[in-house]
Design a protein around this ligand. Structure first.
Ligand code: PLP
Length: 423
């Protein structure tokens, strides 16, 4: 298990042994590149948990899911589309632990239908889900996602607990949920809390206490607890990795106390998204224009917030590096603002929360050089869109020393496939 710091360089000519310029020329820009070896290391870090349930919303390409499955990881799905992805990648619901669990605060009609069809266990985030499932699949086992009444998160938009969060079943509603479950002949066998305590162990200890209390309220039917996701990774050199040993020990002790009280084994799952895939991912873009605007110099890229939305959504910081087209390096640096091609003032990668534009010290570069947005594997491609009718970019996996295209660049036909002009 790791607990260390990391460092980021602003010049990078290679990704996992492959020249950035060669990748860019072969697959075009922008493109996402993922280094499987990085994901494999992160999976190994979490091997103490009984199950690693990957929150595929972070990066849901079916090639990544397939490799996760082959590495012994199971998945979480939050929509019909994610269930289909998991099935397509070979996960099955009737394995132990279940290959797929549906976790959400609502059932839309298509996900309810798929859950029932494929016997997928459900982690209910709202009491109404219990009745909706019970009506079509009585006799099922369910888990409850509990909101303990307090939260944590790197921005208000990612806070997953407390009264301002829409997530989970309010901690005082457990009794009501048990009555609903009984009425529908459902059995509560799992308890889940996704609070994202990060590196704050005092906070995590409170989450563990809340989990224990919630499990005791449900009683001996509980067989599995899930610590949720939220494990942080460093996006800046001064940030550190979470001490995974300490993290695990807090949850393990909680599980042990429950085992003692219930007299049977309790399985401990973790549900990370970001931790597994963030560092594996790089978004390679080309610098298409450089311009001075008053006191600012802008590097304008062919990638925008349609490709990587985290900066505009949360003011999220991504390490940025430059690769010169000819593979050269330079000592010269510039303070620049980095932006994209979209018709939106907010299409800026170097911004703070609230949309305030900031500058970054980066190597001097020319139009035609490459700029790499790093630590972009989680919530990168997965949040990308066709805004401004941009084609979604290719995804490339580096595995066993080879570059493998796992999603091709979209074309105009892909973009327009679903639209019709009525007579
Ligand atoms: C229920 C649940 N589990 C796990 C995750 C993964 O979180 P992270 O990527 O921070 O590990 C999320 C993220 O939104 C979530 O909602």
């Amino acid at each position: 298990m790791t607990s260390a710091t990391t460092s980021f360089s602003t010049q990078r000519n290679e990704i996992a042994g492959h020249s950035v310029a060669e990748i860019a020329q072969r697959f075009g820009t922008p493109c996402y590149v993922y280094d499987w070896a990085s994901i494999a290391r992160r999976i190994a870090d979490l091997s103490a948990f009984d199950a690693i349930r990957y929150a595929q919303k972070a990066l849901s390409n079916i090639a990544i899911l397939d490799r996760m499955r082959r590495s012994g990881v199971v998945v979480d799905a939050v929509s019909a589309g994610e269930i289909e992805r998991a099935l397509r990648a070979g996960f099955v619901a009737n394995s132990h632990p279940s290959g797929i669990v549906y976790t959400a605060d609502v059932f839309d009609r298509e996900s309810l239908e798929l859950v029932v069809k494929h016997h997928i266990p459900v982690n209910c985030g709202s009491p109404d889900m219990i009745d909706q499932l019970g009506a079509v699949a009585p006799g099922s086992n369910i888990a409850l996602r509990i909101n303990p009444g307090f939260g944590h998160g790197h921005s208000q938009k990612t806070n997953t607990g407390g009264a301002q969060s829409k997530h989970g079943i309010w901690h005082t509603a457990i009794d009501e949920c048990l009555i609903r479950a009984d009425r529908n002949n459902l059995c509560v066998t799992g308890m889940h809390m996704h609070i994202g305590s990060g590196t704050d162990f005092e906070h995590l200890a409170q989450v563990c206490v809340a989990m224990e209390q919630a499990c005791l309220e449900v009683g001996r039917t509980v067989k599995t607890i899930s610590a949720g996701g939220g494990l942080p990774i460093p996006y800046k050199a001064e940030q550190t990795y979470v001490d995974l040993e300490q993290y695990y020990q807090l949850w393990h002790a909680t599980r042990n106390r429950l085992q003692d009280k219930f007299g049977h084994a309790i399985e401990l799952e973790i549900e990370p998204g970001r931790y597994l895939v963030a560092e594996s991912g790089y978004l390679i873009a080309e610098i298409r224009a450089i311009k001075a605007m008053g006191e600012n110099t802008f590097y304008l890229l062919d990638a925008g917030f349609n490709d990587l939305a985290r900066p505009i959504l949360y003011g999220a910081y991504h390490p940025i590096s430059v690769a010169h087209r000819d593979g050269s390096t330079t000592q010269l640096e510039r303070e620049v603002v980095v932006g994209g091609p979209l018709c939106e003032s907010g299409d800026i990668f170097t911004q703070e929360e609230g949309g305030f534009v900031s500058r970054r010290q980066l190597p001097a570069a020319s139009v035609g050089d490459y700029l790499i947005l790093e630590v972009a594997g989680a919530y990168g491609f997965a949040m990308s869109s066709n805004y401004n009718s941009k084609y979604r970019v290719p995804e490339v996996l580096i595995e066993d020393g080879q570059l493998k295209e796992i999603r091709r660049r979209e074309t105009a036909d892909d973009l327009l496939r679903l639209e019709t002009i009525p007579e």
